[in-house]
Design a protein around this ligand. Structure first.
Ligand SMILES: Nc1nc2c(ncn2[C@@H]2O[C@H](COP(=O)(O)OP(=O)(O)OP(=O)(O)O)[C@@H](O)[C@H]2O)c(=O)[nH]1
Ligand SMILES: [Mg+2]
Length: 628
């Protein structure tokens, strides 16, 4: 029987008995700092483990993160509750619902926590019925409306076992975190251990980490190898998603890594600092409270994502602000990069760090100008793919939604299905919105046909010209488009693309010019006029280019052209002369052929390149290997 792993975190107002509860459940006092002991208050995150055996024998391992309740340490609290499976929410019987009960509830909601167990702590101090009603009322319009409430007292021991079994039965119904092979360890602690070096800990999500694996730390881009892995003191080969995980990174100094950074595998996309998001201030916020004030366009805020906190500026397009109630799309410009995925949730606090003012979800971690359609369902891979392609027109398959909560296989299967249904086009490395692709194809075909009409003497349209006319930045997209066109009616010849049916011809009105040029080149076939002389106007240039493309003219140098048949004749006369008379100089050959130095030098260089002749000193010999 395998053990399932889950993470829970405490939540609730200061002094409501969260740490005492963790100690009663696990035997571990999560308050480990001397300052915490002295002040009897939790300041930073504490950790403990709980092993549960269910009535049917199933085993559940729970990593517990104990958070501070004091309003000064909300920042630390948020770092502890990202990616948890369940909240252990404490409300003290002698105090009832208090400001940080409300604030922590908001934070859990913003981060999408779906399950909670409510511990009605200090039940020995009375008022169980009254406080139970109060809690029910406060939770009535939230996802925790039906969460179990368990009265507990660490003084008398009442309810502790019940609490453990309630946590167990809630987790038994919880799906373990998905393994999408995109591990992210949000670092919440960094320290050194003698003999081990730098250790970082965090909650692992999205995929497993293996001992010996090469990892990268974002946003610093430091790459290193995992020396060893522990979870709650046990050495492991592999840490699974949903585990509290400690990894040793002996090649990094302790001051090179800090809370908020992310350990992941290289090659999964990069961190970014401009994000498109959807944000909301819930309507339950009390209108008299500063927290409910509209969030103005351009405000400076703090964004809490994973275990990180980054200052940012929020923009809602040109105008507007975020009021309580409906969601809005916004752009975030962060002061430093984060490694966020589409679908990740985050919390927004004000710049004074006194209030939690909104929550949000990432639509596009790599910014951009436009936003995804507001109808997109972020938890549905098909919907997300269609919306992303509709927005960008196309994307490289390899990187499409790489920073999302879907595995590469899920994305690839969904793409194939969408292609079958006709909504998208897959071509080589590109996935494209069908409408976008059809338009692009039609535009390209229009340009090629126009080129055939305007320059019928040319082999086709230059691919570089086509690409810049279509304004395609990404080479892979252009490659895919060209390949798509060449699937049926088009063909690529060197650097041009043409209809398969296209046969280059000179337009009628330039045919007299063709005749004139042929005459010029035949009059003195081995010593014709320079190209400059021949190309007297644009029509002449058009003809020369046509004849070169059709291999009727041979281009020996920038200014030297010959009829091809003259070139062939010169070649065999050179060969004949040398084979009869032995190695010869340029001058000897020039005289023998009745040519000029202007023609002979580039001709012989060309014959050298073609492997017909070889230069030895100032003479040419024949290449023996060449069979003339
Ligand atoms: N009578 C009584 N006192 C309790 C109980 N649980 C905790 N306390 C006391 O309440 C005080 C605060 O308990 P903690 O567990 O430190 O509270 P906390 O919620 O962790 O506080 P922060 O982490 O600072 O927010 C301590 O003095 C505890 O002894 C209980 O069940 N009954
Ligand atoms: Mg505490």
């Amino acid at each position: 029987m395998t053990t399932r792993h889950f993470i829970i975190a405490t939540a609730g107002h200061v002094d409501h008995g969260k740490s005492a509860l963790v100690k009663a459940l696990t035997g571990t006092d999560p308050d480990r700092l001397p300052e915490e002991k002295k002040r009897q208050i939790t300041i930073d995150l504490g950790f403990a483990a709980l092993n549960l055996t269910m009535p049917n024998g199933d085993k559940i391992h729970v990593g517990i993160v104990d958070v501070p309740g004091h309003e000064d340490f909300v920042r630390n609290m948020i770092a502890g509750v990202g990616s948890i499976d369940l909240a252990l929410f404490a409300v003290a019987a002698d105090d009832g619902w208090m400001p940080q009960s409300e604030e922590h509830l908001q934070i859990l909601n913003y981060l999408g926590v779906q399950r909670a167990v409510i511990a009605l702590t200090k039940s020995d101090l009375g008022r169980i019925d009254v406080v139970t009603n109060q809690i029910r009322e406060r939770l009535s319009d939230t996802v925790f409306a039906e969460s179990p409430i368990v009265p507990t007292s660490v003084r008398t021991g009442t309810g502790i076992e019940n609490l453990a079994s309630t946590i167990g039965s809630q987790l038994a119904r919880t799906e373990p975190q998905r393994d999408i092979r995109k591990p992210r360890l949000f670092i919440d602690r960094v320290f050194t251990l003698r003999g081990l070096g730098t250790v970082v800990t965090g909650t692992l999500t999205g995929g497993a980490l293996h001992r010996g694996q090469q990892i990268i730390v974002y946003p610093t881009n430091l790459e290193t190898r995992i020396r060893s892995i522990q979870s709650h003191g046990n050495e492991l080969e592999i840490a699974q998603p949903g585990m509290r995980t400690a990894i040793t990174l002996p090649d990094l100094r302790v001051d090179q890594v800090k809370r908020g950074e992310v350990v992941t595998l290289p090659g999964q996309g990069a961190p970014s600092s401009t994000l498109i998001v959807r944000v909301q201030k819930p309507s339950r916020l009390n209108a008299n409270n500063a927290v409910a004030h509209p969030l103005k366009n351009g405000s400076s805020i703090y964004v809490h994502h994973g275990a990180s906190r980054v200052s940012a500026r929020i923009k809602f397009g040109k105008t507007g602000s975020l009021q309580t109630g409906p969601e809005r799309t916004a752009h975030l410009k962060l002061a430093s990069s984060i490694f966020a995925f589409t679908g990740d949730r985050f919390v927004i606090r004000d710049s004074s760090e006194r209030h939690t003012i909104a929550g949000g979800i990432v639509l596009d971690p790599d910014g951009g100008k436009e936003s995804l359609a507001s109808t997109v369902a972020l938890d549905n891979v098909d919907s997300l793919l269609r919306a992303t392609l509709a927005r960008h027109g196309f994307a490289r398959r390899e990187t499409l939604l790489s920073k999302s909560r879907f595995s590469a296989d899920e994305i690839s299967d969904a793409l194939k299905n969408l292609e079958k249904n006709g909504g998208i086009v897959l071509c080589q490395h590109i996935a494209a919105d069908r409408e976008f692709w059809e338009k692009l194809r039609a535009q390209a075909i229009g340009l090629i046909d126009a080129a055939h009409r305007e320059n019928p003497e040319r082999g086709g349209l230059d691919l570089g010209e086509l690409r810049s006319a279509l304004r395609i930045q990404e080479p892979a997209v252009f490659e895919s488009l060209a390949a798509d066109l060449c699937e049926d009616e088009f063909v690529r010849n060197g650097s041009v693309i043409a209809r398969k049916s296209h046969r280059p011809t000179l337009p009628l009105h330039v045919q007299p010019m063709e005749k004139r040029i042929r005459e010029l080149l035949t009059a003195q076939p081995f010593d014709p006029p320079s190209r400059k002389t021949i190309e007297s106007d644009s029509q002449a240039r058009q003809v020369v280019r046509f004849l070169i493309e059709n291999e009727e003219i041979t281009e020996l140098a920038v200014d030297v052209v010959l009829l091809r048949e003259s070139f062939e004749r010169m070649k065999s006369q050179v060969a004949e002369f040398i084979s009869k008379k032995g190695p010869a100089t340029v001058s000897e050959l020039r005289q023998a052929l009745g040519s000029s130095r202007r023609i002979m030098v580039p001709l012989l260089e060309r014959l050298d390149r073609d492997g017909v002749t070889r230069r030895v000193g100032d003479k040419r010999t024949l290449c023996r290997t060449r069979n003339l």
